[in-house]
Design a protein around this ligand. Sequence first.
Ligand code: 6CS
Ligand code: FE
Length: 280
Amino acid sequence: MAVPRQDPVVRCSPDTPGPIAPGDLESLERDGFLTVDRLIGPDEVAVYRRELERLVTDPAVRADERSVVEPRSEEIRSVFEVHRISEVFARLVRDERVVGRARQILGADVYVHQSRINVKPGFGAGGFYWHSDFETWHAEDGLPDMRTVSVPIALTENHDTNGALMIMPGSHRTFLGCAGATPKDNYKQSLQMQDAGTPSDAALTGMASEYGIKLFTGRAGSATWFDCNRMHGSGDTITPFPRSNVFIVFNSVENAAVEPFAAPVRRPDFIGARDFTPVR
Ligand code: 6CS
Ligand code: FE
């Protein structure tokens, strides 16, 4: 069932001082995303790539429940809560170039609802089927309203051939509820390949016809701030080239998680945070 969005994307007034210019705030409101090319420079990318490699080759991290492996290759697909287990990524979250934009967009202090590194290794990393993050974060994590922005920062080149992210620009203005109950412990399967909580073919066909589909390519170091409700997904990676990023989800402290709206129990804290301490 499709419902028109209730909330604005941008909560601050256009002339609010901050790293994002008024024109960019308007395009974020209209399109549901805002890209900053080379937010971090090549030297910084190298630091975060090394930290990603360190994490994914650490047996303790692989054994941790925060790690999700690829269904086929068993290689690490994602590691959650990197802002807590890695001081290097914790620093990135607190970087004003990152959190300052989130505060400006949401017009409030923010806390990290979720962070993860997505490795998306070459030669067979699975994609992420079409979905709205907010649909999951509302149904399973209990986020009340759409006052949440996520920002993937590319740590490798996003080519048009290595499973880059696709979005339907403007789709954030329609909330698509998904039929069916949320299976218990759904996250144990959905983070490898989501099938519960994905929209119908008919709904996706309608949205794709109305909004089109944009492929996000860009250099390592580029970042895109996304509204939580945009329809997006990505294909499998079969080239030799990984598509790795660090993905940080900032939620307004005025939109703190309550109980799940459509799931029997909460997801674990490392996926949907229950510590609402503002990022300082
Ligand atoms: O379930 C989640 O929270 C995660 N799933 C996907 C496919 N995107 C958003 C989020 O990281
Ligand atoms: Fe997503």
